[in-house]
Design a protein around this ligand. Sequence first.
Ligand code: ADP
Ligand code: PMV
Length: 503
Amino acid sequence: MATLQPGNSLSVDTDMATAVDSLRLHGGTKLTNPLTSSAPGVASPVVGRSSRAYTMSELPSFMVSAPGKVIVYGEHAVVYGKGAIAAAISLRSYLLVTPYPKPSRTLTLRFSDIGLDHSWEIDVLPWKAFAAPGKKRYYFDSLERLDPMLMKALKPFIDVIPGKVLQAAATSFLFLFMMIGNQHSPAAIYTMRSTIPIGAGLGSSASIAVCLSAALQLQGGTLAKPFKGMMPHETQLQLKRINNWAFVGEMCIHGNPSGVDNTVATGGKAVFFKRDDYSQPPEVTHLADFPELPLLLVNTKQSRSTAEEVAKVRSLLESHDGITNLMLDTIDKITTEAHSIISSPDFSSAAGSPDIVRLGELIRINHGILVSLGVSHPKLERIRELVDFAGIGWTKLTGAGGGGCSITLLKPNLKPEVLQGLEQRLSDEGFEKYETTLGGAGVGVLWPATTVDELGREGEITQDMFLEADGVKGVENLVGVSSGGKRKWRFWREWVPEDDGGR
Ligand SMILES: Nc1ncnc2c1ncn2[C@@H]1O[C@H](COP(=O)(O)OP(=O)(O)O)[C@@H](O)[C@H]1O
Ligand SMILES: C[C@@](O)(CCOP(=O)(O)O)CC(=O)O
């Protein structure tokens, strides 16, 4: 166990040794002023690798990143202890952490996707409330619910921020900062950009919660950066801690999450997830052989809130408990059957294989039940109608529904012109198709936040560069994990070798 002391020095025992070792590698010299910005798109030169060095209280700018997800089977039922299958996608959130120079005691959030730019002074935050007897939690603890007294203590700091969307994100940050950090935590700017559409069922909130959890624990020195040779049990322990606190961050955003989104955003690839007792850890099976299913992902662009969709199912359970429970049980059976098809050693996604048809039929049945649970939307039904009319696959909503995205499992050997015709129709009706691959890497870290330019020079990724990157492509080009060696993203997953772009 490790404890944080005032001024961020560490007292260490076993599982912290690696964290300290990796930090020691950087002990000594100063990095360039972290607030120095270069011209947009131009990396500022940094000192060479061998002479770049930091102390615990003087960390470099660094980045963390976590993926979004699609739930392939089991959304909503998973909130009630049933199984769900979900896979990470290549759309991701990126968080740049830039230390303020001393003696600043400021925290600044720049979450530009939602227009949040807000600062607090660390010293005036409600530390007393968080240190009261029975309230303090440590980085190795788990929380199953938010303490109303602590939420009340944060309220005045959140109420000054306009609107629910911004407040939810700010609460997630501030609650985690108060829990994981302490009064002596370093002053820093947290700049967030995401390529995941917000509130569209692709787990944007879990993705940012994972980034915040990982960044704050890295800053606190309670998490070791992944390194070659990290023992599997240590990797698992670190992922567990990131995931535990990400779950808390998710609770701040939408109240009663099942934990499937943050679990996939943390570990990546794909999982079978079930949590029937919230006081116990969930049952998580990593689906290392998750197949490359041919999926079409379409956004209705109809916004909605996960919390409201989850509340709809809750109220149906209250008014029709017997029938609703039967529907949730049926979804559980669907997920279990899909899991056994995918995990079978004979599984084949080749043309003519019955497995894809069975998986497709399960997708169609799952969607039908979600419609009956009241969480579809006319726009989702319109997409399903267009896909059914073209006869190219099986469609369901994904995530909370009420708008957001649909997925279609495509039939093998489709004629390209049929698919193109459908895509044109979807676009004409105002829907947006996403290009993404399933089974991406989980949480990763880029330490320090540097990239290599066209001339092969390594330079710091500044806030201005990050904020000015143009759209999804701009963000991916500047900081993306699939960098072809331009950036040294590292991942905690055992099956992802270093420097392969996280795939
Ligand atoms: N890029 C982002 N920057 C800041 N906050 C974000 C971002 N993406 C998501 N959020 C937070 O997460 C909330 C959306 O969560 P939710 O309704 O669960 O949708 P989703 O299905 O995308 O997870 C937003 O209201 C916002 O508070
Ligand atoms: C509806 C639910 O099963 C998934 C919600 O996913 P999203 O927030 O719409 O990405 C809720 C949950 O699992 O917490």
